[in-house]
Design a protein around this ligand. Structure first.
Ligand SMILES: CC(C)(COP(=O)(O)OP(=O)(O)OC[C@H]1O[C@@H](n2cnc3c(N)ncnc32)[C@H](O)[C@@H]1OP(=O)(O)O)[C@@H](O)C(=O)NCCC(=O)NCCS
Length: 219
């Protein structure tokens, strides 16, 4: 079992609570948010059902089980992330995320997903994390690349979604890549810290942090 909540420099990642329905509905009800998700914009009822179901996805152990967390910034729910231990191979995880566009463009999603990937490798001991997304989802593709994920495949018209065939991108990250990137970030931080001690430079925020993490799936 992992210790929750997870904390990063700016964020708290915690299990869903039943009173998260308002905040969940606030962004899942937007057509722009669901455009590349498998679901349609949420109704209120959809939001209630999702929160109720996800509130139980807290301590995945078996293949096929999922960790679902909401992301808080300054006490406000700004998005959510998920990690699924794949049914066919429990040492592989698939990640996903959805964020409220009102809080976009500040690296909050990147910071949250980075923390999730850290947990996937360091606490769950996974050897590979992957993300699958609609090839038109350029914001998510950029997020994957910020995390150091490798674009491994572009599948053409492999998914029927919302009345049309769509392409899928697959991104992946391996545990050794994560470890190498984390070590490199640690070395960089150490050198910056040393410089800082001499008063010449500041440390960069951890959002630039252990580079080398992955993103999400088409959920
Ligand atoms: C995918 C999604 C989370 C990306 O949102 P986002 O705001 O681009 O992501 P972040 O919060 O990480 O912010 C990154 C942006 O902030 C900028 N930024 C500012 N400060 C930053 C910091 N400290 N660290 C990192 N990025 C920072 C980045 O440059 C980037 O902008 P750019 O892409 O124009 O270069 C969002 O579009 C979303 O929820 N979409 C709908 C749901 C969805 O499609 N989910 C995926 C299903 S596969």
């Amino acid at each position: 079992m992992i210790d929750l909540p997870l904390r990063t420099e700016r964020l708290v990642l915690r299990p869903y609570q039943l009173n998260d329905v308002d905040a969940t509905f606030a962004y899942y009800s937007h057509a722009s948010v669901s455009r590349f998700l498998l679901s349609e914009p949420f109704t209120w009822e959809d939001a209630c059902q999702a929160v109720e179901k996800r509130s139980q996805l807290v301590h995945p152990v078996m293949p096929g089980e999922t960790l679902a967390l909401v992301v808080e910034h300054d006490g406000q729910l700004v998005g959510d992330v998920m990690l699924e231990l794949l049914a066919e191979q429990a040492s592989i995880g698939e990640i996903g995320w959805v964020f409220n566009p009102s809080h976009g463009g500040r690296g909050l999603a990147t910071e949250a997903v980075r923390a999730l990937v850290g947990v996937a490798f360091e606490r769950f001991g996974l050897h590979r994390v992957k993300a699958q997304l609609d090839a038109r989802n350029t914001d998510s593709a950029r997020l994957c690349e910020r995390l150091g994920m490798i674009r491994e495949a572009h599948l053409r018209q492999d998914w029927w979604s919302k009345g049309e065939w769509s392409d899928t991108l697959i991104y992946g990250l391996l545990t050794e890549e994560w470890r190498t990137a984390a070590n490199a970030a640690g070395a960089r931080n150490e050198s910056r810290t040393t410089t800082h001690r001499t008063g010449q430079s500041l440390r960069t925020p951890s959002a630039q942090g252990p580079p080398g993490h992955p993103p999400d799936h088409r959920r």
